[in-house]
Design a protein around this ligand. Structure first.
Ligand code: AMP
Ligand code: MN
Ligand code: MN
Ligand code: MN
Length: 287
């Protein structure tokens, strides 16, 4: 079993990097990547845990970008010490922190009174994500589920007005590559695009340097998996897969390695070698 999309307490996951690695190993995962949102902070801890558990480890990140719509770009084999990448992560952390007060005010306008402390109790690393707001809203009884919090308040057009700034896809792809990594489009089906507009977007992303698609994903139907796999073949992109595990508190139906109801099945043992080989040398990036 392989799972190249996992979140930890360093972003909006429930469990520490070492705990996620150990849970994955206990479930029989042989290769994994930690892909926290806009941070590389969990990678050192995860790497040590993976070594001890005899699990192959690929350092990763997931960057949210925007070009009229929100997309997520995964970066594999990025160097966590890369300076520009680190500066980027620091900037996003600051953007999140500034956004926190805006979200509290926005929710108050909707008669939801939460304190910063109520939200921060769910964010173990003080990196505040919408997930933590959703958990606080459930905890205080304003909504029944995390999903409801998003549908009603945190993923609405009104919310978009107060959301943080996000980089362009081209910037994130380039940054991942400059940090020695390989850029992959995460959970393509979540874009909700039909074939023609999706391929149009994909072609633009490939122009910007995209190298892979997450074909195997927790919510993909067999038909969707096959569709993205055929596009990966057609465009010469790598096909990756992962669960997007966050723990049981915000996405309880998603399990490490197997996704939802066991429908995730990613077994390409050569994916690490393929990703490693796809890294672009810095001299090539400059030219
Ligand atoms: P942020 O980057 O802080 O804006 O938060 C985005 C996070 O919210 C994503 O990483 C998802 O894990 C989570 N999220 C977004 N939409 C939903 C949803 N509809 N239901 C549950 N979680 C969501
Ligand atoms: Mn998340
Ligand atoms: Mn994502
Ligand atoms: Mn994710």
């Amino acid at each position: 079993m392989i799972d190249l999309h996992l979140h930890t307490t360093m972003s909006d996951g429930e469990h520490s990097p070492a705990a996620v690695v150990n849970m994955a190993a206990a479930r029989g995962v042989s290769m994994l990547s930690i892909t926290d949102h806009d941070t590389v902070d969990g990678l050192a801890e995860a790497q040590i845990a993976a070594k001890n558990a005899h699990v192959q480890f690929i350092p990763g990140i997931e960057i949210a970008v925007s070009d009229n719509r929100e997309l997520h770009i995964l970066g594999y084999y990025i160097d966590p010490a890369h300076q520009e990448l680190q500066a980027f992560c620091t900037e996003i952390r600051q953007e999140r922190s500034l956004r926190t007060d805006r979200i509290l005010a926005y929710l108050a306008q909707h008669a939801i009174d939460l304190t910063k402390e109520q939200v921060l109790q769910y964010a173990q690393q003080n990196v505040v994500s919408r997930t933590h707001f959703a958990l606080a809203m459930v905890g205080a009884g304003y909504v029944e589920t995390v999903a409801d919090a998003f549908t009603q308040y945190l993923a609405t057009p009104a919310f978009a007005q107060i959301d943080r700034k996000k980089p362009s896809p081209a910037y994130a792809i380039r940054l991942i590559q400059q940090a020695g990594g390989v850029a992959v489009l995460a959970h393509p089906a979540r874009l909700g695009l039909e074939n023609h507009p999706f391929q149009h977007l994909l072609q633009q992303l490939i122009q910007a340097g995209l190298q892979g698609i997450e074909c195997m994903y927790s919510t993909h139907t067999p038909r969707q998996t096959q569709y993205y796999q055929s596009l990966a073949d057609q465009y010469g992109l790598l096909a990756t897969g992962g669960s997007d595990y966050h723990g049981s508190r915000s996405k309880p139906h998603i399990h490490i390695g197997t996704g939802i109801n066991g429908n995730l099945c990613f077994t390409d043992q050569n994916i690490a070698a393929k990703l490693w080989a796809a890294r672009i040398s810095s001299s090539k990036l400059r030219s």
